[in-house]
Write a protein that binds this ligand. Structure first.
Ligand SMILES: Nc1ncnc2c1ncn2[C@@H]1O[C@H](COP(=O)(O)OP(=O)(O)OP(=O)(O)O)[C@@H](O)[C@H]1O
Ligand SMILES: [Mg+2]
Length: 388
């Protein structure tokens, strides 16, 4: 018996009320069931080469969490692949694109938006990031530009804080107009750069929110946004998520947030900084963010961004490219044997980092289930499902 029972294997099995399935232990074949909320830090990363099963495992977790927990679920979907699942769960899919009539307003705010008495300080920070993306060149915003933007932000939100209701939430246009009334030439420079987003062809973010962003599961589909708008879109979605997290906290509810293709946000300094900030703040507010990315190098590119790595106690690591493997081995101190589980591994196979525990897992999802057809992105299978 001693030969056949590897009694030194470690297990991850928690039969708590909210524990979710993450695959089978590759050493013992026992179920891996854990509850990320019990971690010191529930923030998670899903890492792997293209096609290794990142999005698939995120969708599986979403489905599981939807059925088992009461948490709200939000998805930022740059590849337009979560809609079948979200629609099946009767959630809201929001298509954000220049030709769409579904809008979200980047200026949305609620009175719980920040812990301090002044929700506006945080909102101003977001709007600065947004302007930086739009106006700032390589060097970012100049100090005077920041000052005038901040001044105008305070001005345009004044009516809202006097009478907080949907009609008094400002729009980008209000910011634009306020900037034009300032004396500094810098203000006019920022306004000129904003113009295309207010009056020009990129004015999709200059509308009041007109979709049900309070559904229990919301998917922001930003695939149709061009390259420049995509970053802006992701930033705005992240802010919408933050709004929801803060609103949920006041009613004692957790919010799960999935950000696919997360590396897109890490390329620009400003959006990266904002994402890092969110990452740090989420936990205290009952947020459970999960980032999916192919590119480990981007995650470790700067000391600031590697913060995200250090602040994630849940890492679902699928097959890794050679260069990334070396970096990860060093960063996470994993043995060559453990590395073998993420070397040329199949779909849904890899290493799970849960707090201090590292376990190899296998999750071969049965392909004959209806759920599989909803989760898959393989073109031939998607087409087949459509014909049925
Ligand atoms: N656990 C699994 N069990 C069975 N099949 C899987 C599993 N994970 C992934 N697959 C298969 O692999 C395909 C690709 O997976 P997925 O879309 O998750 O890749 P990805 O890592 O998100 O890739 P990309 O970086 O291109 O987005 C799925 O459509 C599915 O057919
Ligand atoms: Mg994917």
């Amino acid at each position: 018996t001693a030969i056949f029972v590897p009694f030194t294997t470690q297990e991850l099995f928690d039969n708590g009320k909210e524990s979710l399935y993450y695959g089978l232990n590759a050493l013992s074949n026992n179920l891996i069931m854990v509850d990320r909320k019990k971690l010191k830090n529930p923030n998670g990363l899903i890492l792997g080469t293209p096609g290794s099963g990142k999005s698939f495992s995120a969708k599986r977790e979403i489905c599981n969490a939807f059925l088992v927990t009461d948490d709200d679920i939000l998805v930022c979907d740059p590849e337009s692949e979560y809609a079948p699942l979200v629609e099946r769960l009767h959630g809201q899919v929001i298509h954000i694109s220049p030709s769409s009539t579904q809008y979200i307003n980047p200026m949305d705010i609620n009175t719980n938006y920040s812990e301090e008495d002044n929700p506006l300080a945080l909102k101003a920070d977001f709007i600065l990031s947004l302007c930086e993306l739009v106006v700032g060149g390589k060097e970012g915003l100049k100090p005077v530009e920041k000052t005038v933007i901040d001044r105008c932000v305070h001005k345009i939100y004044a009516p809202y804080f006097e009478h907080p209701c949907p009609e008094t939430v400002p729009m980008l246009e209000d910011l634009y107009n306020a900037l034009l009334t300032q004396d500094e030439p810098e203000a006019h420079h920022v306004a000129a750069a904003l113009e295309i987003y207010v009056k020009g062809s990129l004015n999709i973010f200059n509308h009041r929110t007109n979709v049900d962003i309070d559904n229990r599961i919301v998917c922001y589909d930003i695939k149709q946004l061009g390259k420049q708008l995509k970053k802006l879109g992701m930033l705005i979605v992240q802010d919408q998520v933050w709004g929801r997290v803060t609103a949920n906290r006041s009613v004692g509810k957790s919010t799960r947030y999935y950000a696919d293709e997360f590396h897109l946000l890490l390329k620009d300094e400003q959006t990266a900084a904002y994402s890092v900030e969110i990452w740090k703040r989420f936990r205290k507010w009952g947020g459970i963010p999960t980032a999916l990315t192919q590119n480990v190098k981007d995650l470790l590119a700067s000391p600031e961004v590697s913060n995200i790595f250090e602040n994630s106690d849940f890492v679902y690591m699928l097959n890794q490219a050679n260069g990334d493997r070396q970096i990860l081995a060093k960063q996470l101190n994993i043995s060559p044997h453990q590395l073998s589980y993420v070397t040329h591994s199949g779909e849904g196979e890899g290493l799970l980092f849960f707090g201090n525990v590292i376990l190899p897992f296998v999750d071969h999802f049965p392909k004959d289930l209806e759920l599989y057809r909803i989760l898959t992105t393989r073109l031939s299978e998607v087409v087949e499902a459509k014909h049925e």
